[in-house]
Write a protein that binds this ligand. Structure first.
Ligand code: CP
Ligand code: NVA
Length: 306
């Protein structure tokens, strides 16, 4: 594994290895209060074209806990593809840092960074995918159910970056993926075909309504209806996503054991109700914490030779 840009392009054995390193690092941190400094003297350059809480905090603290440093670079400082071509930024950073993590608007920028960087590049969210989030979600699901294989995850809402990465992650790990989206917000069919071409096990079960999607679910997931960069579409989206909120009435249609995940930030009263967000079914803060442990698994494998 040279980079971590997409789950579809990462072999299952390597993903399983990252997950097991993440679990081991988490257990070690919890039992001893520290991790070994396997990234001592190493630096991760972190480029953010969009806001972030979890991703920024987890990568920065993850680097510190592994003995290295996270160097924060804002959009305006770097000017990825505007102040300077992406391929030049990649070569400059790679000549000094040991890894590059980037949160970008256009997924193509990640592909270009990876093409021109001799150090690992990590996708910290693009318009297309959010693979780090999907790994943290799998860790959370595994912790709760003690397994992944055979479980069913239902995603309700926007067919976006988070939905796509979860769909791919579920298929990789032998889970079923149900999805219900409003008309016009589906995961695009041509893209699903492309993923299927490189990953024959890829399967998405499109359900006509949220109720149909959650009926057999072990995990129910939603995400914001208005992703970063779509703020101008908010009024239209809020109107078109009516009926797609994860609320008490919808969760009453899910099996009793079903848990709720949300990558956060959550917009109560829109994609999720306050009552469900704060209910015992909601594991969103365990999920958020697992961003730290998942990130460390990725860093340890890519930059520490774990
Ligand atoms: N879930 C997630 O990626 O959160 P941030 O946008 O705060 O990093
Ligand atoms: N779909 C959201 C996820 C935020 C973590 C976005 O792209 O803004």
């Amino acid at each position: 594994m040279n980079h971590f840009i997409s789950i579809a392009d990462t072999p299952l054995a390597e993903l399983e290895h990252v997950m097991s390193v993440a679990k081991w690092l988490k257990a070690h941190l919890k039992s001893t209060g520290r991790n070994d400094p396997i990234l001592a003297g190493k630096t991760l350059a972190m480029i953010f074209e969009k806001p972030s809480l979890r991703t920024r905090v987890s990568f920065a603290i993850g680097m510190t806990q592994l003995g290295g440093t996270g160097l924060l670079l804002s959009r305006d400082e770097v000017g990825l593809g505007t102040r300077e071509p992406v391929k030049d930024v990649a070569r400059v950073i790679a000549s000094m840092a040991d890894g590059i993590m980037a949160r970008v608007f256009q997924h193509q920028k990640l592909i270009d960074l990876a093409k021109y960087s001799k150090v690992p590049v990590i996708n910290a969210l693009s318009d297309y995918s959010h693979p780090c989030q999907a790994l943290a979600d799998l860790l959370t699901i595994d912790e709760h159910f003690g397994k992944l294989q055979g479980l069913t995850l239902a995603y309700i809402g926007d067919g976006n970056n988070v939905a796509r990465s979860l769909a791919v992650a579920c298929s990789k790990f032998g889970m079923k993926f149900n999805i219900a989206t409003p008309k016009g917000y589906e995961l695009p069919g041509d893209d699903l075909k492309k993923i299927h071409a490189k990953m024959p096990e890829f399967a998405v079960d499109v359900r006509p309504t949220p109720t149909d999607a959650v009926r057999d679910a072990d995990i129910v997931v939603t995400d914001t209806w208005v992703s970063m960069g779509q703020e101008e579409e908010k009024a239209k989206r809020v109107a078109e996503f009516k009926g797609y909120a994860l609320d008490e009435s919808l969760m009453n249609s899910a099996p009793k054991q079903a848990i709720v995940l949300h990558c956060l930030p959550a917009y109560r009263g829109y994609e999720i109700s306050e009552a469900i967000f704060e209910s015992d079914r909601s594991k969103v803060f365990q999920e958020a914490e697992n961003r730290l442990h998942a990130q460390k698994g990725i860093l340890a494998v890519l930059m520490g030779g774990a």
